[in-house]
Design a protein around this ligand. Structure first.
Ligand SMILES: Nc1ncnc2c1ncn2[C@@H]1O[C@H](COP(=O)(O)OP(=O)(O)OP(=O)(O)O)[C@@H](O)[C@H]1O
Ligand SMILES: O=C(O)C1=C[C@@H](O)[C@@H](O)[C@H](O)C1
Ligand SMILES: [Mg+2]
Length: 420
């Protein structure tokens, strides 16, 4: 191969998409499950340049003729360039994380930083934090080693930290919804950064947003940035504007990966507009109500009769969690989805949420909607729920005239959100 990625398991990697979006070359994902296979591959040296991921970032250093001083200090190489059989090693994860901090305006000067995790990425993020002027860097572990000054997650709560960086796989797909640190218990947090990029917003980031932390960022831009800086080494040529390339590729990836989620009052058009919007975007359409009916094997009014609203809501949460962690879907929800914060978290982790707003007098009454019993009931429900829709949504899409106009408005709102 000419260009590609080695690591033990690569099924999750977006590197092929990113590199091929960036440059003309082909980029191969080459899983090497055992250390013996990794060594054989590195001994053979039949590549122009590669990226290296877990668990070989240290092992690869044994094969490098020269190692960039920063990579040597961190103790990890993720980019290797082959010059006539001599291997040169670099660490562009450092540059990627540095970009993430710069792009989000994280000010480390004189601050206390908590790094969650003691694995490979700990040292990379610690080096960036130190170089950007952090005063204290504390490491948090589920199994802390007091001799190394490591803290437990409980002790972390009283550390007085201003910045949190997660380098553990907690909350990563498919085991989403996991968060070991109680961010709400840490007053004065200024930034929470997560190197995990799938889902887009991990449970840690969702909780940080809810706690009002001003800067909250996931790992997608770091991943894209490390690839852009690696491509510069691969091709021995800087991009005219590397940061613009990072922004372009990150935006394209977000557009491809994020779900689009429609919320709004019962009968406001989520299913109808959702189907048309899915078609316009070339996405698979998922109607959460239809999924509830399918998995229950009976209709929504029948579920309400047998299990009450509570039973229906539990099934709704289950479906929001099932589909919310997937990618690239158009998800249409039932009107009551906003009643539980965990539903919104499940849908926000990988989604843009649009509120389809139809005038209350135009909302359908009845027709299998158990709570929309009369025009008056619908009016009361809409007064109660408006603030919940407003709080959950990234944008409001009016559905005041035709379905086509609503689709056009939704496409415009999405462009604005995804390009920013
Ligand atoms: N802009 C529109 N013009 C005309 N009819 C519309 C418009 N938007 C929606 N409708 C109609 O309103 C009715 C309700 O729409 P739909 O079933 O899509 O709503 P929903 O939000 O999915 O409802 P629920 O919350 O019950 O799932 C449908 O008959 C649909 O055709
Ligand atoms: O998952 C991936 O594709 C990668 C992750 C990081 O280890 C990067 O250092 C590597 O270059 C690519
Ligand atoms: Mg519907």
């Amino acid at each position: 191969m000419e260009y590609g990625l080695i690591g033990s398991r690569l099924g999750h990697s977006y590197s092929k998409i990113i590199h091929e979006m960036l440059c003309g070359y082909q980029y191969e994902l080459r899983p090497l499950p055992t250390e013996a296979e990794a060594r054989a591959f590195l001994e053979e040296r039949s590549f122009k340049a590669i990226n290296v991921t877990l668990p070989y970032k240290r092992l690869v250093m044994e094969y490098c003729t020269e190692i960039d001083p920063r990579a040597a200090a961190i103790g990890a190489v993720n980019t290797v360039v082959n010059e006539n059989g001599r291997l040169y090693g670099y660490n562009t994860d450092y540059m990627g994380f540095n970009y993430l901090c710069r792009a989000h305006g994280v000010d480390f000067g004189g601050k206390t930083v908590l790094i969650l995790g003691t694995g490979g990425t700990h040292n990379t993020t610690a080096a960036v934090a130190r170089d950007r002027g952090a005063a204290r860097i504390l490491t948090v572990s589920r199994t802390p080693d007091p001799a190394k000054g490591e803290l437990s997650y409980e002790e972390a709560k009283t550390s007085g930290a201003q910045i949190v960086i997660n380098t553990t796989p907690a909350g990563m797909y498919p085991n989403v919804g996991v968060c070991n640190l109680d961010v709400a218990a840490l007053p004065g947090l200024e930034a929470v950064l997560d190197v995990v990029y799938n889902p887009h917003r991990t449970e840690l980031l969702l909780r940080a947003e809810e706690a009002g932390v001003p800067i909250v960022a996931g790992g997608l831009e770091m991943l894209v940035a490390q690839a852009v800086y690696a491509a510069e080494y691969f091709l021995h040529k800087p991009f005219a504007d590397a940061e613009e390339e990072i922004a372009r590729v990150a935006a394209a990836l977000r557009r491809q990966l994020l779900n689009v989620v429609l919320i709004g009052m019962p009968g406001c058009g989520k299913t109808t507009v959702g189907r048309a919007l899915a078609k316009a975007l070339g996405r698979d359409f998922v109607d959460l109500d239809a999924e509830i009916v399918r998995s229950a094997g009976c209709s929504i009014p029948e579920i309400f009769t047998a299990e009450g609203e509570e039973g229906f809501r539990a099934r709704e949460t289950q479906q929001a969690q099932n589909f919310g962690k997937e990618k690239g879907l158009l998800i249409s929800c039932g009107g009551g989805i906003v009643k539980k914060p965990e539903n919104i978290r499940a849908l926000r982790q990988n989604g843009v949420i649009l509120w389809l707003d139809r005038p209350v007098e135009a909302l359908t009454v009845g027709h299998g909607r158990p709570l929309s019993t009369s025009a008056e009931a619908v009016r009361q429900m809409e007064t109660q729920r408006r603030p919940l829709y407003a709080a959950a949504a990234d944008a409001v899409v009016p559905n005041h005239t035709t379905i086509e106009a609503a689709v056009t408005a939704a496409l415009e709102a999405l462009n604005e959100i995804l390009d920013s």
